[in-house]
Design a protein around this ligand. Structure first.
Ligand SMILES: [Fe+2]
Ligand SMILES: [Fe+2]
Ligand SMILES: [Fe+2]
Length: 533
């Protein structure tokens, strides 16, 4: 629509005379872009191509740098792609809407501003050309080009900018659509996984009355799998399917399942059938069901061939079941159950190691030992009991990750190990999110990580609130409200992924970082004095 408007303006101002060679360049550039737009190249790559094309247009003194900024639902701009200039991480603060306030409107919705408030480029006396990106009537953001302040665009250049804005708008829309598709794909997969997982959780509640066992067991299994360097898809299957290992217990009578004393040989024979019952419950041919069935069927098989139900030995036992067995036994031993006290971590680890080559695959046991710092952390992150803040935990130091986006500093420590461990884990999740965005892994991965971060934040909040209540934290309600406000904002961001994923990924990243750092330093820190008093 605005194109027609623009042509009307051109006629009105008598600007219909065009330089043929510039027109040719326009056609080339727009053609190049539309070809690029049909591939799966990202926005950065498209901008690189654009710069190359712009370099070929004579008499157009634009600089070899450009960026795309897109607007969120609150009118705030985020730099989502760039070429020849600093990435969003370094430039993000620059594109707040006030930067555009001093801008001058050109015909056809084009905007230019001569007063960039970035100190780095002020010396260069550049002006910015903001080419509006639209989807029909909806404003998406701008393509930003830079040119010397002395440059006055010729009418034909204005024409060129308009054509360009139109082509880039189309490209952004297509990129957006691709990302939205990925968010839906993630949602669908998650709904599927949740439906299966809820089966496992149901069986576990009946048995041990703790949902955390599931959470710990699948995370421990994943930590072992990471050391073993399992392929990514296998790790995902393991994480989702491991909680279903005991789903067959649904078919075991209460008198046996909940019996406090030792089972008689007959009762034990019945108890053993939970493996084959699990196999029959988990029918289906999709990869997740297959993995769940393998784990449920073989998690009591032993490496030496003396396990049940079949007596499989060594590598006949599926890998995911071998890993699940170690994770399950370790977590069960170190947890309190109605019929037993918890073993210490050391005792349980010694037992697992002593069973290497007997119950367990030696390679999995080795990986378990390597993963121990991570496993200890998982146990602290998902604890069953109310936390005693005075209990001094001996968590191994978490190694500082190389090139972390937000670095953990000692200033962030509030001096309670459990809470500090939670906070550091949240930092790690945010750094993972940064890596995924920075390496352009797409909205499927972004949605997954954003959800994981928010879920984990909730686990952390509930723990922290419990501890605050326990210590008589002043104005706990206010603190709880802050947590709730975070959850609401995070939910909003997640939902916006469905409509505006290109912007929301940056929006979410900056929000998570800023909120967390501020909240820890200004609010959580108050807990310290209560505990150390
Ligand atoms: Fe079992
Ligand atoms: Fe808090
Ligand atoms: Fe906190």
């Amino acid at each position: 629509m605005y194109r027609n408007e623009f042509h009307r303006l051109l006629c009105l101002y008598g600007l219909s005379m065009k330089d043929e060679s510039i027109l040719q360049h326009i056609r080339n550039a727009v053609f190049e872009l539309s070809v690029t737009g049909n591939t799966t190249l990202g926005l950065d790559a498209m901008l690189e191509k654009l710069l190359a094309e712009l370099g070929r247009v004579h008499d157009l003194p634009v600089e070899q740098r450009c960026a795309i900024v897109l607007v969120n639902s609150h009118g705030k701009y985020f730099q989502v792609a760039q070429a020849g200039m600093e990435s969003a991480w370094n430039a993000s603060a620059f594109w707040q809407s006030p930067s555009f306030d001093k801008a001058v409107a050109l015909p056809g919705g084009l905007v230019k501003t001569c007063q960039p408030d970035d100190p780095e480029i002020q010396n260069e006396k550049s002006q910015l050309f903001l080419l509006p990106l639209n989807e029909e009537d909806k404003h998406l953001g701008y393509l930003i080009l830079f040119a010397p302040c002395s440059y006055q665009p010729l009418p034909a250049h204005v024409d060129f900018f308009m054509e360009l804005a139109y082509a880039v708008s189309g490209f952004v829309q297509r990129a957006q659509a691709r990302e939205i598709q990925q968010v839906y794909k993630h949602e669908l997969e998650e709904a599927h996984a949740q439906a299966i997982q809820s089966l496992g959780i149901a069986s576990e509640y009946r048995d041990t009355e703790t949902g955390w066992h599931i959470m710990r067991m699948s995370n421990i299994a994943l930590a072992i799998a990471k050391v073993l360097r399992l392929p990514a898809n296998q790790m995902e299957l393991l994480y989702v399917a491991a909680p279903m290992h005991d789903v067959g217990k649904i078919g075991i009578a209460d008198e046996i399942l909940l019996k406090r004393g030792k089972l008689t040989p007959d009762e034990f024979a019945i108890m053993k059938t939970h493996t084959s019952i699990g196999v029959s419950i988990l029918s289906g041919s999709d990869p997740m069901m297959v993995a769940a069935r393998e784990i449920a069927g073989a998690h009591h098989e032993r490496w030496d061939g003396t396990g049940y139900p079949v007596g499989l030995a060594g590598e006949q036992i599926p890998m995911l079941a071998r890993i699940s067995a170690v994770a399950d036994v370790f977590d069960a031993l170190t947890s309190i159950r109605p019929y037993k006290q918890a073993w210490s971590i050391e005792e349980a680890a010694r037992f697992i190691i002593s069973e290497s080559g007997k119950s367990f695959d030696p390679a999995v046991v080795c990986a378990f030992e390597v993963a121990m710092p991570e496993i200890l952390r998982i146990r602290e992150l998902y604890r069953d009991e109310i936390i005693d803040p005075n209990k001094h935990l001996t968590l191994p130091p978490l190694p500082q990750r190389a090139n972390a986006w937000i670095k953990w500093k000692d200033d962030f420590r509030i001096g309670i190990d459990v809470i500090d461990a939670h906070h550091r884990y949240l930092f790690d999740l945010i750094n993972d999110l940064f890596d995924v965005i920075n390496h352009r892994h797409g909205s499927h991965e972004i949605a997954k990580l954003l959800k994981a971060t928010v879920t984990y934040a909730k686990v952390h909040f509930r723990t922290e609130e419990k501890m605050m209540e326990h210590c008589g934290f002043e104005d706990l309600q206010r603190h709880e409200k802050q947590h709730q406000a975070f959850e609401a904002k995070a939910r909003e961001l997640y939902e916006n992924l469905y409509t505006n994923p290109l912007v929301v990924q940056f929006n979410a990243l900056f929000f998570l970082r800023d909120w967390l750092v501020h909240h820890i330093c200004a609010e959580d820190i108050k807990l310290k004095s209560l505990v150390t008093a």
